[in-house]
Design a protein around this ligand. Structure first.
Ligand SMILES: *[C@@H]1O[C@H](CO)[C@@H](O)[C@H](O)[C@H]1NC(C)=O
Ligand SMILES: *[C@@H]1O[C@H](CO)[C@@H](O)[C@H](O)[C@H]1NC(C)=O
Length: 941
């Protein structure tokens, strides 16, 4: 008997036959269930415990067509009687089960009689429920396999399962049905069908009805798998799935159930909807979640924390979340993930987002500040790997706009230079990243009330409508904010009182007219500028804001380098330039010079020395720059400013004294002041001697050239023409040549002498005229030397080209153009040229007039109005004082392009090398308008 029993149920075919028979019989008509229950039960048991569990068993069961009769069995059960029967086990009427087992009664097989002894006469309902239980168990196991799930769906197996869920309210049946549905929901198509079939309310009901922990776990898991897409998550929340889960979390004692609950809640809270947040909070889930954040099991701990992070997306739950201790939990976790054993940046993302969202409520900001959140946020801002989150972090910090304690802390942590640096930062990539970050984030925050908001628009409208403006902290007072900004969103309505009136601002923010009217571009830097604007209202913001990098950032924004020009950045600069406490910083940091270079002259730091091609709005910027410099001038010329500048120039460090001298021409119009400081007290000489020292600022020589030129304009307001020496030569036609006639084939005036050059060339000359030209030639040609008797007089070391202007000069030519001959064209070196040779010879031959004429020729060719700045240094290298003066004039003359001017000065400084004296004197003379004759007067004393 035992062998026969084993043989029969060992056969899959036998079991399938039983199953098929039972399923088929049911279709034929009702029979006494008690007669055939036993063989079917044995077959099902064998299928579940042996055939399905064997290797490849599920696949074999499916391939042999087992699913169809199995589902038919269930379908019949489901169709039989949908009346709910929620009595406990044993008391269920289970007419479904009767239907399931109904069928003709075949003659009992030997095997069937062998199975029964253990349960000789179970009551039909109990036996039938056992059949259903076994069938569901087999189905649930089969549904761990993808091919089986597909077939179950194809065979329409989902609907009967949902019906069973509705009708058979026994824990074990609910358990197995939920498990089967949970397995099926792994496939998105099935999940959708299960939702459509109305399974969710039934599962939710089971959550409160089931007592058994394992049954609850199956239901919870089914709900988790059904939360597989945003619409499904929303549907689950709207059908009340979250609240019972939260309630269970508060009471669950079984660790496995707790684990299942947090896993389900994590899925349900993704992109957290308002309904989800509300139910989680109302179900009392916040406290347990915060407690579970320190659970010994890592999965539970981290899952709970992530649920809290997800919940932060909903403003309505954030205050309660903070009250429950969520702020500290999220901060600690973010700190941990950023710690030495740092997890990947991606794993920090939900926490960064949550912490930033927590900055939106005053109550949570206070907690965050007290728990070291500001330090954490600053750490993120400093971390280049976190750059994608920087815009978000900065926007979060805007929440602290009126918390002076927090602002002080942020300033101490170095926020201002960081923000300014971000303004200055490389516009391209970062900006794109910022936009991306916004687009995957803000849409998630949309709620029905604010559905129109998107990306940064939503941030902005949030700022206006319910953000920082609504909760001015008690320690903030208007007195501490001397210069309100009429156009900042905080103060858009007239009058300061609106600052304290969140209602008014809310109305303003939501009114349809508001977005269009007087709205400033709210770019990525909007929040950063808002913060900087706030910092700029401090009594003395100079330390943080009037620095090279900060001013660079602001100016970049004013000129619209990263985006459209920002009026707010301009207002910040206007405020700083009007603050007496900032004057000294503007001088010492070369800020005033930078304002002028960038705005007035259109040369940004990265435009020097090579220009960068980009569109500029020169005229508009020039006006802005002049306005800002005018404001600085007002400060500089006030009694306070005069005192500060005098002190700086006379008693500052050597760097400060140079910076002061350089800046004065830009911010000082009062002659008594600049004369005293620059001319009488040596400021100008200080600046000039600093030119050849290592420059303390990358733009130093640019600034210096500009400054000297400005000063020259102040000294000589009606400036003489730029090229006083060149002008007469340009104007006068060449005078007639007196030497050419000697070269004619039959000269009217015959030469009585030939000069013999090293090259063998003989140049005709007249002895008397030549001897009269200079003491040298008089001695040579009419003195006691042998040459006085010779007709062929050697002139050694002179090339023909260099000799040419000398012979002209000897014969009385003045301005016939011969002096131009030996001068190489612009761009070619002068040192070692025939021009230099001719100049040397003119000196040697004691011909000062010729020297002057040759110098004029060099100046005319190399320092013309359109000359290249590179020529200036080249000319200076000839080491001739008159030419040095010409170089200085060319460099500082009015009307010169500022870039060329600066390049010329760079060339001069290079050419001067260690020997700074001649350059200093030349520049000094030009600035002072005293250059004629090349002798610079001493200005000291
Ligand atoms: C619930 O289902 C699981 C998985 O099938 C099973 O292990 C457990 O015994 C079932 N519990 C009850 C009470 O039915
Ligand atoms: C700055 O200077 C401009 C031009 O002189 C002036 O119109 C403006 O009022 C000044 N700004 C402030 C804030 O004083």
């Amino acid at each position: 008997m035992a062998a026969a029993k084993a043989t029969l149920t060992d056969s899959l075919s036998f079991c399938l036959a039983q199953l098929t028979a039972a399923a088929g019989e049911g279709l034929v008509g009702g029979k006494d269930p008690a007669t055939n229950e036993t063989p079917l039960g044995r077959a099902l048991l064998a299928l579940r415990t042996r055939h399905i569990k064997a290797a490849g068993g599920i696949e074999r069961f499916r391939a042999r067509g087992g699913l169809r009769p199995l589902l038919a069995l269930l379908r019949r059960a489901a169709a039989a009687d949908p009346a709910p029967s929620d009595e406990g086990p044993g008391s269920a009427p289970l007419s479904v089960a009767s239907a399931a087992s109904a069928g003709p009664s075949p003659s009992p097989s030997p095997a069937s009689s062998a199975v029964s002894p253990s349960s000789p006469s179970p009551s039909p309902p109990v036996r039938l429920r056992k059949t259903l239980d076994l069938a569901l168990s087999i189905l649930a196991n089969c549904c761990t396999d993808g091919a089986c799930r597909a077939e179950v769906r194809r065979l329409g197996g989902i609907l009967p399962l949902v019906t069973i869920l509705q009708c058979v309210k026994t824990d074990s049946i609910q358990n197995r049905t939920a498990r089967a549905l949970g397995n099926l929901a792994v496939d998105p198509e099935s999940s959708g069908e299960i939702h459509s079939a109305g399974a969710v309310p039934l599962l939710v009901e089971s959550l409160t009805a089931c007592q058994d922990s394992q049954c609850l776990q199956s239901v919870v898991r089914a709900l988790r798998n059904l939360a597989d897409s945003p619409p499904h998550r929303l549907a689950l929340a709207q059908q009340g799935a979250v609240r019972p889960l939260a309630e269970l979390l508060a009471t669950a004692s079984d660790p496995a159930l707790t684990s299942a609950l947090v896993r389900a809640l994590l899925e349900l809270s993704r992109g957290c909807s308002r309904a989800c947040a509300e139910q989680l909070s109302l179900g009392g889930g916040l406290g347990p979640l915060v407690s579970l954040a320190s659970h010994p099991k890592r999965l539970v701990r981290e899952t709970s924390i992530l649920i809290l992070a997800n919940l932060c997306a909903q403003g309505l739950v954030r205050p309660a979340l903070g009250n429950a201790g969520g702020v500290e939990v999220l901060l600690d976790e973010l700190r941990r993930r950023r710690g030495p054993s740092a997890a990947s940046p991606a794993s920090q993302q939900p926490l960064v987002r949550a912490v930033c969202l927590l900055c939106r409520e005053a109550i949570n900001r206070a907690r965050l500040r007290d728990a070291g959140g500001l330090e954490l946020l600053m750490g993120l801002l400093r971390d280049p790997r976190a750059s994608a989150w920087h815009p978000r972090v900065v926007a979060a910090l805007v929440g602290f706009l009126y918390d002076t304690g927090a602002l002080g802390r942020l300033q101490a942590l170095g926020l201002v230079p960081l923000l300014a640096g971000q303004l200055c930062g490389d516009a391209g990539e970062e900006e794109e990243e910022g936009r991306e970050a916004a687009s995957w984030d803000f849409p998630e925050e949309r709620t029905p009330e604010r559905a129109e908001a998107g990306s940064f628009r939503s941030l902005r409208s949030w700022l206006i409508s319910e953000g920082y403006a609504g909760d001015v902290s008690p320690d903030w007072s208007p007195e501490r904010c001397p210069l309100p900004e009429p156009a900042d969103p905080v103060i858009t309505t007239p009058g300061k009182t609106s600052l304290r009136s969140p209602g008014a601002l809310r109305t303003l923010g939501r009114s349809p007219a508001a977005p269009a009217a007087a709205e400033e571009p709210w770019g990525r830097e909007g929040p950063a500028l808002l913060l900087l604007s706030r910092f700029s209202q401090a009594p003395d913001p100079s330390g943080a804001l009037v620095t090279g990098p900060a001013l660079c950032g602001l100016l970049a924004y004013v000129t619209g380098a990263p985006g459209p020009p920002s009026p707010r950045a301009l207002r910040i600069l206007a405020r700083l330039t009007c603050n007496p406490a900032c004057l000294e910083a503007f001088v010492r940091s070369y800020g005033a010079a930078l304002l002028r270079a960038w705005l007035v002259l259109g040369v940004a730091p990265d435009d020097w020395p090579a220009p960068r091609a980009r569109p500029v709005r020169r005229n508009q910027h020039r006006e802005l720059g002049e306005m800002l410099l005018q404001n600085l001038t007002v400060q500089a010329e006030s009694p306070f400013g005069v005192g500060a500048l005098t002190h700086l120039l006379l008693s500052g460090s050597s760097e400060d004294r140079v910076a002061c001298a350089l800046t004065l021409p830009f911010i000082c119009r009062k002659p008594s002041l600049w004369r005293r400081l620059l001319l009488d007290q040596g400021g100008l000489r200080l600046l000039l001697t600093a030119l050849t020292r290592p420059a303390p600022h990358p733009l130093f020589l640019f600034f210096a050239a500009d400054s000297l030129s400005c000063l020259q304009g102040l000294v000589s307001p009606a400036a003489s023409p730029a090229f006083p020496a060149a002008a007469p030569m340009d104007a006068d036609p060449p005078t007639p040549c007196l030497y050419e006639p000697l070269l004619a084939p039959a000269p009217a005036l015959a030469p009585d002498l030939y000069f013999l050059l090293d090259s063998g060339l003989q140049l005709p000359a007249q002895r008397a005229t030549s001897a009269a030209a200079s003491p040298f030639f008089r001695a040579l040609l009419s003195g006691s030397f042998a040459e006085a008797q010779m007709d062929l007089v050697p002139l050694r070391g002179l090339s023909p080209s260099a000799a040419w202007p000398i012979l002209h000069h000897l014969h009385g030519c003045r301005g016939c153009g011969a002096a131009l001959g030996p001068v190489p064209p612009p761009g070619q070196p002068l040192l070692g040229s025939e021009a230099e040779e001719a100049l040397e010879a003119a000196g040697r031959f004691l011909l000062p007039g010729l020297e002057e004429e040759l110098e004029e020729a060099v100046g005319r060719i190399h320092l013309g109005p359109q000359g290249a700045p590179e020529s200036v240094g080249e000319v200076f290298r000839l080491g001739r004082p008159r030419l040095a003066a010409h170089c200085a004039r060319w460099t500082l003359g009015p009307g010169r392009c500022p870039r060329k001017r600066a390049l010329a000065l760079v060339g001069l400084v290079e050419a001067a090398g260690e020997e700074a004296g001649p350059l200093t004197e030349a520049l000094l003379a030009v600035v002072m308008g005293l250059e004629s004759g090349g002798k610079g007067p001493s200005l000291d004393g």
